[in-house]
Design a protein around this ligand. Structure first.
Ligand code: SF4
Length: 381
């Protein structure tokens, strides 16, 4: 039985209890400071437990950002580098392979691959990153390239997005991460990343990927210059895509970090509070009724907020992670890697049951030497 009692939330409570879809207007109510956060969280937790029970999912994963040199200048980005900046780097084949070897030695099931759009890199280099890793370390699931990158590859090759995805899939691409979404609404997108792939290209990429049998994730970067209606618009667009294709696995709300990037410095933006982080987690769970999983990315939120998030709608806290650069460049103070024992303890401390999953949400079964993907974890709809 729910304890929620705030009048402003009463109609929403009724809908959530009945399993009915919330409207954009409901979303704006959830955004309102008059909607008490603990009650919003309680409603999100109801949905979370209905879909995922007591599970707290994680995986053993690593990141690869094979270059940070980027033609774009998104104002929120602390990771990118100019071509001749001493901070810039561009990995060769040996460095990429070394990361694959390290990942496999450490039991990783997934490599998350994103990065800059190097002024001089040809499409073949990006493809080779995937084929080298896939050919040499076939047990690693390669979750790679946001729609911003796929759109860039389409420009480099002068081919359609579908062709790029088919070609990357042939090279070993396993699924798409959720990045590059930022805020879809043009009022904001034009101010923070005006040149890169717009919302329609982002959706086209995911739609095509799903039609090719690839699964993907989705994100929203919040807590900078956007307003609540931009965030709700963003979530509704994601929900509509999911109604159409069913290919989105996980939504990851991304909390803006203001250090070392133009947006934070020029507009003097403060980092979103922990309360804002929890509200966005809960709103994501409540609005995205057709997406199975909500992730509290501990690297970005901090471990404590990620733990609380497991009662505010989230059922997953990402993975052990190694080599994360993007949020650490923007001021994240979290560790760069967590051991399996630590991530399981972090989940268990919240009362949830830690479950190791692979990228496609299958239970991971391990023996001393190797691992295999077991049954698909089926979330209730
Ligand atoms: S967010 Fe991505 S596309 Fe934008 S500047 Fe940074 S690396 Fe480049």
């Amino acid at each position: 039985m729910l304890r929620t009692s705030s009048p402003i939330l009463a109609p929403i409570r009724e809908k959530v209890e009945a399993g009915e879809r919330l409207t954009a207007e409901d979303g704006l109510v959830l955004e309102s400071p008059e909607a008490p956060l603990p009650e919003v969280g309680e409603l999100a937790n109801l949905v979370r437990e209905r879909k995922n029970g007591n599970a707290g999912y994680y995986n053993i994963n690593t990141h690869l950002n094979a270059t940070n040199i980027c033609v774009y200048r998104c104002t929120f980005c602390a990771f990118r580098s100019d071509l001749r900046d001493p901070k810039g780097y561009w990995m060769n084949d040996e460095q990429v392979l070394a990361r694959g070897a390290e990942a496999v030695e450490n039991g990783c099931t997934e490599m998350h691959i994103v990065g800059g759009l190097h002024h001089q890199a040809k499409y073949d280099w990006y493809r080779k990153v995937i084929s080298l890793l896939n050919d040499n370390y076939p047990t690693l699931h390669l979750k790679a390239w946001t729609p911003v990158e796929i759109d860039w590859f389409a420009r480099l090759t002068k081919k359609p997005i579908r062709w790029v995805l088919e070609d990357m899939k042939e090279a070993g691409l396993g699924s798409l991460p959720g990045g590059g979404a930022e805020i879809f609404h043009p009022e904001i997108r034009h101010q923070i990343c005006e040149h890169k792939a717009d919302a329609s290209r982002w959706f086209e990429t995911h739609r095509e990927a799903h039609s090719l049998g690839l699964r993907s994730n989705c994100t929203m970067l919040y807590g900078h210059i956007e307003q609540p209606y931009h965030r709700i618009d963003h979530l509704i667009r994601l929900r509509e895509l999911q109604d159409e294709t069913g290919g989105l696995q996980t939504y990851i709300p991304l909390s803006y970090h203001p250090e070392n990037n133009r947006l934070g410095i020029e507009r003097k933006i403060e980092k979103p509070s922990g309360l804002m982080d929890l509200r966005q987690m809960a709103i994501g769970r409540l609005m995205l009724d057709n997406i199975d999983h909500i992730k509290a990315y501990w690297i970005m939120l901090g471990i404590e907020t990620a733990q609380i998030s497991l009662s505010y709608g989230a059922d997953d806290i990402d993975g052990t992670v190694r080599h994360e650069l993007i949020y650490h460049d923007a001021g994240a103070t979290t560790p760069e890697v967590m051991s399996v024992a630590d991530i399981e303890r972090v989940i268990r401390e919240t009362g949830r049951e830690p479950i190791e999953r692979d990228t496609l949400y299958r239970r991971v079964e391990r023996d001393a030497e190797s691992w295999r993907a077991g049954e698909k974890i089926v979330a209730a709809v």
